[in-house]
Design a protein around this ligand. Structure first.
Ligand code: ZN
Length: 149
């Protein structure tokens, strides 16, 4: 039975902790700073990176990857695992669904449609690593479920 894909993918790792729109600077999130420091062998150097990244970095605004700039999406509790043909066979549900009746405000951009994006290579690489790790973990769990664990 074909499944409709969820309208959104969970991207909950943000590279920033907070950002200042008027000055266009953001603070790098702790998990990202830790990931950057992990790759540095020299302890003093690693510590410096951890502290340095507490300093704000410049950013621009880019389309929110979670809601694709829509500012919201269908509540993941509704279609987070996809929808079956049976779900969509319910005419009331289907028209409400496509009319946006189950839409919620985007968690990531909080309805702003855009999110801070940085050009900082080490921040970008660290974030990719973290997202990859989360994806691998999910894939492993899904494989375990298939094995009946
Ligand atoms: Zn968004």
């Amino acid at each position: 039975m074909p499944l409709y894909l969820p309208s959104t993918r969970d991207v909950d790792q943000k590279w920033y902790d907070k950002f200042d729109k008027s000055r266009m600077i953001a603070e790098v999130a702790r998990p990202v700073r830790e990931r950057i420091a992990e790759d540095i062998e020299d302890e003093d150097e690693a510590q410096k990176v951890l502290n340095d990244y507490l300093k704000p970095v410049r950013f621009t605004f880019g389309v929110c990857p979670r809601c694709n700039g829509r500012g919201g999406y269908v509540d993941p509790q509704i279609d987070g695992n996809g929808l079956s043909n049976e779900d969509l066979a319910d005419a009331d549900f289907r028209s409400d669904y496509f009319a946006g009746a189950y839409d919620v405000i985007c968690d990531t951009c909080e309805g702003a449609n855009v999110v801070p994006v940085t050009d900082d290579e080490s921040v970008k690489n660290a974030l990719n690593d973290l997202l990859q790790e989360a994806e691998d973990f999910e894939a492993e769990r899904a494989a375990e479920r298939r094995m009946g664990c």
